[in-house]
Design a protein around this ligand. Structure first.
Ligand code: CA
Length: 226
């Protein structure tokens, strides 16, 4: 079965370009011109990937991203933002909300395809037996499933939050700088800045509730409590 891609894009010629090139590569493409239709379609059809233009009429692309990443039905769907030059602040905000990657207009079809394939590969990692469960106090981290249990209850994390937590928890007691964390969790085309590590950690701590497991080491960075 070919993969289905939902493209939320209000510019007709860009939507056409996307549809033409992806269809030619064997993807099924459903295009919509605004966020409302995109959200409705994503919830009911659960496509394999969503291409989201950030500059949309009606609900903004960033708000669509937020709703997709907070929605039970849609949060696991890989999301690639389509942005214009000069939208850096929105790109960072989108990545922090859980978007997987972005392409900047004008993009070449080959770049778009490469990004889509990379995001789909990341989302479809098979259970790997060499990555064992990590247990740290109340926390159980399952790297193969990208799943975190806190006292037995599943705690939904964004993929970036998950990678940071997994990286730190695998090396309890070791202190890492923000740059080291960025390098460790870096994957192709994935932009996390040193500054946004702080935002990710704040989000992680909030989601992990009372589990005070990530410690700030002043002037240095972060470590997972031993
Ligand atoms: Ca647009």
């Amino acid at each position: 079965m070919s993969k289905q891609i939902l493209a939320i894009e209000d510019e007709e010629d860009i939507l056409e370009l996307i549809t033409y090139n992806l269809t030619r590569e064997g993807y099924r493409v459903h295009g919509v011109a605004n966020g409302e239709e995109g959200l409705a379609y994503a919830e009911t059809h659960r496509p394999d990937l969503i291409l989201l233009d950030l500059m949309l009429p009606g609900i903004s692309g960033l708000e669509v991203c937020r709703r997709l990443k907070y929605g039970e039905q849609t949060r696991a769907i890989p999301l690639l933002m389509v942005t214009a030059r000069g939208e850096d602040a929105d790109i960072v905000a989108g990545l922090e909300l859980g978007a997987d990657d972005y392409v900047t207009k004008p993009f070449s079809p080959r770049v778009l395809l490469a990004r889509i394939q990379a995001v789909l590969r990341r989302g479809a990692q098979p259970d790997s037996p060499e990555e064992p469960l990590l247990r740290r106090g109340d926390l159980t981290i399952n790297p193969a499933r990208h799943q975190v249990l806190l006292a037995g209850r599943e705690t939904p994390l964004t993929s970036t939050e998950f990678r940071i937590l997994h990286f730190l928890a695998a090396r309890p007691g070791w202190v890492f700088t923000r740059d080291q964390i960025v390098n460790a969790i870096h994957e192709e085309n994935f932009a996390v800045t040193a500054r946004s590590v702080d935002v990710q950690i704040v989000g992680l701590r909030k989601k992990l509730g009372g589990a005070d497991c990530i410690e700030t080491v002043r002037g240095v960075g972060y470590r997972f409590r031993e």
